[in-house]
Design a protein around this ligand. Structure first.
Ligand code: ZN
Length: 237
């Protein structure tokens, strides 16, 4: 019988051996630095954070936050979108809130997001157009605000930030979050954005800790975000 991996293992173009070698070195390094790390982690799962981010390989949650395995629960999809109808995302949030009892949910977008820019430029990317349509809806909601910005490149950055704000609002309106806050659970929802150019995370100034009316929450967060942008673009006194 032919080995199904025969061709893979001998072709440097397709071999994954380097990944397996890297993993062996990584596991040995961690075990040496912190003896008992993996058995301890295998026995319990107690992360304090849920990260909802983009699938983009340049934005890995653990690495950019300096966290080890076990410290952050992660859900990623194209353009960090949160939908009530997405059973995958909503199940992750429910599990994080009700079972893991995380203290913080962090929705993290990033500048230069291909999904966001495809929505902004109305570019066709294939099947993912259906998914990206949700970012297009964010653009339509805030079109006047975005198009009032004279610098075109800045408009794309604004949409990346507004998309985070809208996804924070979407998290807060989920029944699982409303129930958690109704029973007094200590959990906050935050909105961050990551710069591919400098590797830095930036807090968009959102922190929701209690049940809020969706329209009020959106109005207040967008107003606070606009004020923050005005402050940051003003020359220092
Ligand atoms: Zn992205």
């Amino acid at each position: 019988m032919t080995d199904p991996h025969e061709n893979c293992n001998h072709n440097p173009e397709t071999s994954l051996q380097n990944l397996l070698d890297n993993n062996k070195q990584w596991a040995e390094r961690i075990a040496k630095l912190e003896p008992g790390f993996f058995p301890r982690l295998a026995a319990q799962h107690n992360p304090q954070y849920l990260w909802i981010g983009c699938s983009d390989s340049r934005v890995p949650a653990n690495e950019i936050c300096g966290l080890l395995p076990g410290e952050i629960f992660v859900h990623r999809n194209i353009a960090n979108i949160v939908l009530q109808s997405d059973l995958n995302c909503v199940s992750v949030i429910q599990f994080a809130v009700e079972v893991l009892k995380v203290k913080h949910i962090i929705v993290t977008g990033h500048y230069g997001c291909v999904g966001v820019h495809a929505a902004f430029e109305e570019q066709r990317v294939g099947l993912a157009d259906h998914w990206i349509a949700h970012v297009r809806a964010v653009f339509s909601r805030h079109e006047d605000l975005i198009m009032a910005e004279p610098v075109r490149a800045e408009r794309g950055r604004m949409l990346c930030e507004l998309n985070v704000i809208e996804q924070v609002v979407n998290v807060c309106r989920l029944p699982v979050m409303q129930d958690a806050w109704n029973r007094g659970q200590d959990i906050a929802v935050h909105g961050w954005i990551y710069g591919l150019q400098d590797g830095r995370l930036r807090d968009l100034g959102l922190c929701v800790r209690e049940r809020r009316r969706t329209d009020e929450l959106r109005r207040e967060t967008v107003t606070a975000w606009m004020a923050m942008r005005t402050r940051e673009s003003s020359p220092a006194a």
